[in-house]
Design a protein around this ligand. Structure first.
Ligand code: BTN
Length: 326
C-alpha cells in the first residue's frame, strides 16, 4: 500500500474520530514534516482532513472521485482481486487497458477503473454509455484455472457478487437476468462483459468488465434507453458513495473468485439461482441469428442456461439475449 493509502486507512479506522498526528506519523514510520506533506497532497485531491495541534487528525469528508490510494485503503487485504488498482480519468474502454496489461504479463487481480469511457462496450456489440463521475466502470484481469467452456462461471460469479452486495449494502431489491444483467425494478442497472484469451483446453486470461449505473440522472440516458435502463440513484432517490461501493464490490468479487478457484462453483450457482429472475419463466432467447422460446429451467455446471423449448427439447444455451414474458 502507498503512504497515502495507509494514511487514509488509519484515519478511516478511527471512524470520524481524531488520531494524534504524532501517533499517525509513528505508525506509518514518517517524520512529522513528511506526514504534513502527504496531508497537503490529500487535501489538494479533495480530502477534507482536519489537523489540530491538540485534537489530532480527522478525516471529515472524501471527494466524489475515485482514487487508487483511497480504494486500496478502503479495500484492505484481498487475496487476488484488487491487489493492484489503477484509476484513469478517461479511457476508451477499461477492457482495452486490461487486455494490454494482460499481454504485458501483469499479474492477475489488477483492477482498472475509469471515471469516463469514450468507447465503453456492452455485450453483443452494443455501446455502453459511461458518463464521467457517475458510475463504476472497471475491468479485472484474471488468469483462472478453468477450461474455456467453463469461463461463464466467472460471469455467473460476478453477477451473484454484485447482486448480493447491492441487496445487502444498499438494501435494494436487485435481481439477475441470465446471464449477467442486473435488474432493479424491471430495468437494467448494470452488467458484465467477459472477454477471453484461450488455447484449446485452457484459458490464458480473461478480462471481466463491469458497468454499474450508480449516480446517473435521467438526462444521462439517451431517450431510447430511458425505458429499459436506470441507476441506483434514480431508483433509490439518493446518491451513493462510489468509492465505498467499489470497495464492497471488489471484496465480494475477490471472495467469489477464491471460491471458484477452490472448486466451489456449485455453491455460487445456488446463490445465483436464488437471485435470478429468469429461471422458471417463459423466455425468448436470441443466439446470433437463431431464436428459441421456452421455459428457463436451470443453469448447468458451466453456467449455461438449460431451456425447455416450446417443442419439449432441452437446449443448452451458452450466451444470448433473453427477453422475459415473450
Ligand atoms: C452488458 O451488460 O452489456 C455489459 C456491460 C459491461 C460494461 C463494462 S463498463 C467497464 C467495462 N469496459 C467496457 O467497455 N465494458 C465493460
Amino acid at each position: 500500500m502507498t503512504t497515502d493509502a495507509r494514511i487514509l486507512a488509519v484515519l478511516r479506522q478511527a471512524s470520524g474520530g481524531a488520531v494524534p498526528a504524532a501517533d499517525l506519523a509513528a505508525r506509518l514510520g514518517l517524520s512529522r514534516a513528511t506526514l504534513e506533506a502527504h496531508l497537503r497532497d490529500l487535501r489538494r485531491l479533495g480530502y477534507e482532513i482536519e489537523a489540530h495541534p491538540l485534537g489530532g487528525c480527522r478525516l471529515r469528508s472524501s471527494p466524489d472521485a475515485l482514487h487508487a490510494d483511497d480504494l486500496l485503503a478502503r479495500l484492505g487485504a484481498t487475496k487476488v482481486i484488487g491487489r493492484d488498482v489503477r484509476v484513469f480519468h478517461s479511457t476508451t474502454s477499461t477492457n482495452d487497458v486490461v487486455e494490454k496489461l494482460a499481454r504485458d504479463g501483469v499479474a492477475e487481480g489488477v483492477v482498472v477503473i475509469a471515471e469516463h469511457q469514450s468507447r465503453g462496450r456492452g455485450r453483443l456489440g452494443r455501446a455502453w454509455i459511461s458518463p464521467s463521475g457517475k458510475g463504476l466502470w472497471f475491468s479485472v484481469l484474471l488468469r483462472p484455472p478453468l477450461r474455456p467452456v467453463e469461463a461463464t462461471r466467472i460471469t455467473i460469479m460476478a453477477a451473484a457478487a454484485l447482486a448480493r452486495t447491492l441487496r445487502d449494502g444498499c438494501r435494494l431489491p436487485v435481481g439477475i437476468k441470465w446471464p449477467n444483467d442486473l435488474l432493479l425494478n424491471g430495468r437494467k442497472i448494470g452488467g458484465s462483459l467477459l472477454e477471453l484469451s484461450a488455447e484449446t483446453d485452457r484459458l490464458r486470461h480473461v478480462t471481466l468488465g463491469i458497468g454499474l449505473d450508480v449516480n446517473l440522472t435521467a438526462s444521462d440516458y439517451p431517450p431510447a434507453l430511458r425505458a429499459v435502463a436506470t441507476s441506483l440513484r434514480l431508483e433509490a432517490g439518493r446518491s451513493f458513495d462510489r468509492s465505498e461501493l467499489a470497495a464492497e464490490i471488489l471484496r465480494a468479487l475477490d471472495q467469489g473468485y477464491a471460491r471458484i478457484c477452490a472448486g466451489e462453483f456449485p455453491e455460487i450457482a445456488d446463490e445465483w439461482e436464488s437471485l435470478c429472475s429468469t429461471l422458471g419463466r417463459d423466455v425468448a432467447i436470441c443466439v446470433g441469428p437463431r431464436a428459441f422460446r421456452g421455459r428457463a429451467e436451470a443453469i448447468d455446471d458451466d453456467g449455461a442456461l438449460l431451456l425447455r423449448t416450446e417443442h419439449g427439447t432441452l437446449e443448452r444455451i451458452i450466451g444470448g439475449d433473453v427477453s422475459m414474458n415473450p
